[in-house]
Design a protein around this ligand. Structure first.
Ligand SMILES: *Cc1c(COP(=O)(O)O)cnc(C)c1O
Length: 377
């Protein structure tokens, strides 16, 4: 056996969709991106979405939309992917690292209050591993402090909290379609919000600050009845980036979106088999209080006392493992922003991620369970 950790669930349908886009020979920012943005907004239940080329770009632009003065502070969990905190620095803001909840491993609401000061302008909750942050509580706390909420929903495409889609609770939501996440476009991301005024400038800043993308200009030139020699004209009114999603990515995304609920459901089935099959003990236990309904868990986490020994043991058995994530302030670059985060500093030492993807077979799942149960600490 040789079981990998993650594997995108892709096939004929995605290939056919790419072929159609090839046939039209318009690969850049175009009608497919627009269609994907509309279908995505419908799917999660919000007014507007902007397609970008990564979740990192989504976070960068989402934060930029508030035009916070340089040097202000943004609250962010210390256990997350680097991009969540990098986006703060891209905007000339300061990350304030917040400890995690012992149980859910999401941002600690208690520690948020401790880390808050009057220079804080926003908070970025992360639905860690797909497990929802209690967004009703977080939102009311943030509101009482006059903070904007940027939801990092990179782990939670298709997930819900109290019946409402994750990524629609905050002022603005960011998604990642990187290949390991709940659904993929290869690389890709989405920014979603009900507030079109917030998103409007982002359609320009994802396209080098240009106020009309090429497809828009082609369309206008085609349809205009009067002769206009200035169809090429556009204006740059703001700082911009080359962050657009393209039609090739969107053509994969449109198919993946159709499959998203099924993929999340399949991951729930596998998780359920894992949770029922793995003998819980002091040494090995589930990493998160998995709640298998309307969920978007994209990784399966255990907490193992002798983690490093366990990782080597699983490697011998041909089962890939990972660690998501080491607290960011343990990385050299983020040390300068270190704050007190005792729960994260202690609990991450037990984190280990096991294989989870929709195409895992029953035989493979049983094999992983068998291996975990055979571990002698
Ligand atoms: C993956 C991820 C991102 C960034 O997404 P990319 O599409 O890889 O740029 C942001 N935040 C979290 C929590 C992630 O896991």
């Amino acid at each position: 056996m040789n079981i990998r950790l993650f594997k995108p669930c892709i096939g004929e349908d995605e290939l056919n969709s790419i072929k159609e886009t090839f046939g039209r020979a318009w690969l850049g920012l175009g009608p497919k991106v627009k269609e994907f943005e509309q279908k995505w907004s419908q799917y999660i239940g919000c007014n507007n979405s902007v397609g970008v080329n990564s979740g990192t770009a989504a976070l960068h632009l989402a934060l930029s939309s508030f035009r916070f003065p340089a040097g202000k502070k943004v609250l962010v969990p210390v256990v997350t992917f680097a991009a969540t905190a990098m986006a703060i620095l891209y905007n000339n803001l300061q990350p304030v690292f917040v400890d995690i909840d012992e149980n859910t491993l999401g941002i600690s609401l208690k520690d948020l209050e401790k880390k808050y000061d009057k220079d804080c302008v926003a908070v970025i909750p992360v639905h860690f591993g797909g497990h929802p942050v209690a967004m009703d509580q977080l939102n009311s706390w943030a509101k009482s402090r006059n903070l904007k909420v940027i939801e990092d929903s990179a782990h939670s495409a298709g997930g819900k909290y109290k019946g409402k889609a994750l990524g629609t609770w905050g002022d603005i939501g960011c998604f990642s379609f990187e290949e390991k996440k709940c659904m993929t476009t290869g690389d890709g991301g989405m920014i979603s919000s009900d507030d079109e005024e917030l998103l409007k400038p982002l359609r320009h800043s994802r396209w080098v600050g240009i106020n009309k993308d090429t497809w828009q200009r082609v369309e206008e030139n085609r349809s205009s009845s009067h002769k206009d020699a200035y169809h090429w004209y556009y204006e740059i009114s703001d700082l911009g980036y080359k962050y657009n999603m393209n039609d090739l990515m969107a053509s994969i995304g449109l198919v993946q979106l159709e499959k998203l609920d099924k993929m999340n459901k399949r991951r729930e089935e596998i998780l359920s088999a894992y949770l029922n099959g793995i003998l819980k003990c002091e040494e090995v236990r589930a990493g998160i209080p998995y709640h298998l309904e309307n969920s978007s868990y994209w990784m399966f986490m255990l907490r193992v006392k002798q983690r490093d020994k366990f990782i080597l043991y699983m490697k011998d058995k041909g089962v890939s493992t990972g660690v998501h994530f080491m607290p960011l302030t343990l990385h050299p670059f983020f040390q300068q922003y270190k704050s007190t985060t005792p729960i994260a500093d202690q609990s991450w030492k037990e984190f280990v991620t096991l294989p989870l993807f929709p195409d895992l077979t029953e035989e493979e799942v049983n094999y992983v369970i068998h291996c975990v149960n055979g571990f002698k600490p």
